[in-house]
Design a protein around this ligand. Structure first.
Ligand SMILES: *Cc1c(COP(=O)(O)O)cnc(C)c1O
Length: 422
């Protein structure tokens, strides 16, 4: 009989994965079969802590009864219908709740799509189309930051600043201007500034760049810079949204309200793919009038099960006082992370809320020490992935203090073991 893993290696193809090594006879892929809270179980019945929230998505832990109940109840009604020419209650309720998460802000319109990349695509297209059809066709450029990551579709990858994610390395369909820092904006010639449609940024922390923190106050300064020039601000909160940084949204740390807020990963609590691009009445009104529409959408836009999961997740936030309990968890996380600073191969620890990047080295990148360390951590019951030599710890917000401690302990043992191999 052909085993599942034989079929897997014969027919499947994995994201961001060197498939030669994956298909190697000696490699036994981990097959995850179930999950409970912060734990995941593999094909052999071994349990692991979900140290990166299943690639930055999970919020309240796996198999949460409230989210399950919300999805089941919706499933008994209907799983999916088109949002093109129709509407439905879960999308309406979720839209209202998302708007209510930012009380008094100008973000009163919600456009649904499927994932982080499409949430970004929507914001970029809306910004470009807004200026084009409202008397400023010269505003054809999106400004992005070096080492940014905004997703993998061609449009989203165009504003990215990490070469390996860009494939052919081209920008597609629109002009992108890239700068390294906020200060560099002042070096832009006025004719460049006049062409800006929007600035896009991952607020407070660049994720895929290796958990790199922006200086305190930078987001606020950037927001002011945009306001003064009437340039739209697009915030990519695909990673930082839904409590990761200690507040519901990262922009709330600096009291910034963008023109576009892009949400995905944690929106459904990490249960189903769904995204939202929130924007202002001003942008919305720029698309009103005869013949005008935002020509964009996908087959599964506003999928009912996804909306139900998101409603379930927001219910958990309220019922379990998730945000209120974060400061204490973050404090514990900080002191646990501090305990890693004594290890000689730990060269930097960067933390924002319950997101941490632990940089090891200095190692040559081709030695894959980050990958090796994370594989070693599996032996100690922790699953996570590195960004080159930055080890990522991003526990679900539901992680208990003892689970946080176990995660950091597993990582410590792995770092020390792997450091001793060089
Ligand atoms: C993951 C991520 C994206 C892309 O989201 P997908 O759902 O993978 O398309 C975009 N921006 C940021 C900051 C992300 O972390």
């Amino acid at each position: 009989m052909t085993s599942l893993l034989q079929i897997e290696k014969r027919h499947l193809w994995h994201p961001f994965t060197p498939m030669q090594a994956w298909c190697d006879e000696g490699h036994e892929p981990l097959m995850l079969v179930s999950g409970q809270g912060c734990y995941l179980r593999d094909q052999h019945g071994r349990d692991y802590l979900d140290g990166n929230s299943s690639i930055w998505t999970n919020i309240h832990g796996h198999s949460h009864p409230t989210i399950h109940a919300a999805i089941r109840a919706q499933l008994d009604q209907i799983a999916h219908t088109s949002f093109l020419g129709f509407t439905h209650e879960p999308a309406i309720q979720l839209g209202q709740q998302l708007v209510d998460l930012l009380p008094g802000s100008q973000l009163s319109r919600v456009f649904y799509s499927d994932n982080g990349s499409t949430a970004i695509e929507c914001a970029i297209r809306m910004a470009l189309q807004y200026w084009k059809q409202n008397g400023h066709p010269q505003r054809d450029t999106i400004l992005a930051f070096d080492r940014a990551y905004h997703g993998d579709t061609l449009g989203a990858a165009s504003v990215g600043g990490i070469p390996v994610f860009k494939g052919s390395g081209n920008d597609f369909g629109y002009r992108v201007q890239r700068v390294p820092t906020f200060e560099a904006l002042d070096q832009l010639p006025p004719e460049e500034v006049a062409r800006l449609s929007a600035v896009i940024i991952e607020p407070l922390i660049q994720g895929s760049a290796g958990m790199r923190l922006w200086p305190n106050g930078m987001l606020k300064a950037l927001s002011d810079w945009c306001r003064q020039r009437d340039v739209f601000l697009i915030l990519d909160e695909v990673m930082t949204g839904f409590g990761r940084t200690g507040k519901m949204f990262a922009c709330q740390h600096e009291e910034v309200v963008p023109d576009f807020l892009c949400l995905a990963k944690g929106l459904t609590g990490g249960y189903l793919p769904l995204a939202a691009t929130m924007t202002t009445e001003r942008v919305f009104e720029g698309f009103l009038g005869a013949g005008r529409a935002f020509y964009y959408g996908h087959s599964y836009t506003a999928n009912q099960l996804g909306c139900a999961a998101a409603l379930g997740s927001l219910q958990v936030f309220r019922e379990e006082q998730v945000l209120e309990r974060l400061p204490e968890k973050i404090r514990v996380f900080t002191s646990l992370l501090d305990s890693l600073r004594d290890i000689p191969s730990v060269i930097d620890i960067r933390q924002c809320g319950l997101v941490a990047g632990i940089e090891i080295g200095p190692y040559a990148p081709e030695k894959l020490m980050g990958v090796k360390t994370c594989l070693e951590a599996r032996k100690h019951g922790l699953l996570t992935r590195p960004v080159v030599d930055t080890l990522v710890l991003m526990p679900p917000l539901a992680a208990t203090e003892s689970e946080l401690e176990k995660m950091v302990d597993a990582l410590r043992q792995a770092i020390v073991t792997i450091a001793a191999t060089v």
